[in-house]
Design a protein around this ligand. Structure first.
Ligand code: ADP
Length: 220
């Protein structure tokens, strides 16, 4: 049916990236149409995705037969075969309907996809490399950069943030960061309130600029 169809996401290329993405979508309740040129790939995802089809995505006719042009979202997850990625992108761009998300494996690849007009170009290796850089420096357990001046960091409550209510400590003024949530040892994550008191061993989620959140995470 039309309503069901519009919620289906096509994933082209069931490699490590596309495969993981497709399974995650399915487990979140989204129907996935998985497309791959390799019979082995198709075989291994059979039964795990709503639909799995063997097809060459560089062929416009094949995409039409699979009704990719009627979907709202398509993810182009072919990486290492640059030619196949670019050809597929140009075919998809002829369709009015789906929003196209494409994976780029290098800077030039990403540039070409941008130039073609692909709506969302993702660069997983580059982005993950950047993210891990923040983790290996220590002190930071998770790092999400929404913007250079809006970063979410999971870290431990430093001494400077302990034993007195947050509104009294006024970390915003002193360190330019806000504690948005806290998890006591053995407890659960809770949003913080002005009267929240952090203790040694608590984990916290802080928000602030890149530099401010990093230096706060390195406090003793
Ligand atoms: P990853 O690095 O995420 O594993 P790859 O680029 O190595 O990604 O894998 C991409 C997948 O795309 C492979 O499973 C490959 O069979 C598939 N693929 C490559 N070319 C085409 C094509 N023209 N049509 C459909 N699938 C393709």
């Amino acid at each position: 049916d039309a309503a069901g169809k519009s919620r289906t996401v096509a994933v082209i290329g069931l490699g490590r990236f596309g495969g993981a993405l497709a399974l995650e979508l399915e487990s979140a309740g989204t129907e996935v149409l998985g497309i791959d040129a390799s019979a082995d790939r198709v075989q291994s995802f059979n039964g795990l995705l709503t639909h799995v089809v063997r097809a060459d995505s560089t062929q416009e006719e094949a995409l039409r037969q699979l009704a990719v042009h009627e979907l709202d979202v398509v993810v182009l997850a072919i990486g290492s075969d640059l030619e196949a990625s670019i050809l597929t992108a140009s075919r998809l761009l002829k369709f009015d309907r789906p929003a196209i998300w494409a994976k780029a494996i290098s800077e030039p690849h990403g540039e070409i996809l941008d130039q073609l007009g692909v709506h969302h170009v993702v660069r997983p290796e580059r982005d993950m490399g950047r993210r891990v850089a923040h983790l290996v420096q220590g002190g930071i357990r998770d790092y999400v950069e929404l913007d250079a001046d809006f970063v979410l960091v999971r870290t431990r409550a430093p001494q400077a943030g302990q034993d007195r209510p947050l509104d009294v400590l006024d970390l915003d003024a002193k360190y330019k960061i806000t504690v948005v949530a806290a998890k006591p040892l053995g407890g659960r994550w809770q949003p913080t309130r002005p009267h929240t008191v952090l203790r040694d061993g608590d984990e916290i989620l802080i928000e602030g600029g890149r530099a401010a959140t990093e230096s706060f995470s390195r406090l003793p």
